[in-house]
Ligand binder design. Sequence first.
Ligand SMILES: C[S@@+](CC[C@H](N)C(=O)[O-])C[C@H]1O[C@@H](n2cnc3c(N)ncnc32)[C@H](O)[C@@H]1O
Length: 182
Amino acid sequence: VKRRVVVLRLGHRPLRDARVTTHVALTARALGASGMLLASSDIGVSKALEAVKERWGGDFFVETSVNWQSEIKRWKAQGGKVVHLTMYGLNLPEVLDEILENGEELLVVVGAEKVPRSVYQLADWNVAVGGQPHSEIAALAIFLDRLNLRQGRDPLKESFEGGELKIIPSARGKTVKKKGEG
Ligand SMILES: C[S@@+](CC[C@H](N)C(=O)[O-])C[C@H]1O[C@@H](n2cnc3c(N)ncnc32)[C@H](O)[C@@H]1O
């Protein structure tokens, strides 16, 4: 079963975080999440992801200017669960079973700078991807990968519907085919 996962990106600072937030979205997309909610009015990220979707397919969405408090509350009201990725949380290997058993729809919250205290209270799980500081991109990638593998799903092996281009894996060099060509 495909579990629905949406990422909520907090604390995005326009210009400064443009690249990292784009990479959060690209990583979420590549690892099977449905979309990303961005608590900022910066539309650069959604434009970048639209361009990627046009070329490479899939139906990943980016919604900007969301009010994160209401998104979290709405998600929970609809029966979804909230995972906040933070180095201060419970370690992923310890809580993954519980998340898989109870979280049919997951909103995965990642921060940029300091995350407001209330996020820790609102989250169903505060989850550390190890107890060392690293990065929201890395934390999200590892979380999604472990979640996927435990569900018997591997988006690394799936192809995306639609789009114009498809990569033909090659040992050396770059082979890209236009979709529809033999
Ligand atoms: C560069 S960190 C800054 C965090 C900030 N110092 C704080 O106290 O919240 C940005 C984001 O990366 C994620 N992150 C970094 N290391 C992590 C870890 N070990 N486990 C889970 N998430 C992590 C968290 O989502 C965090 O909000």
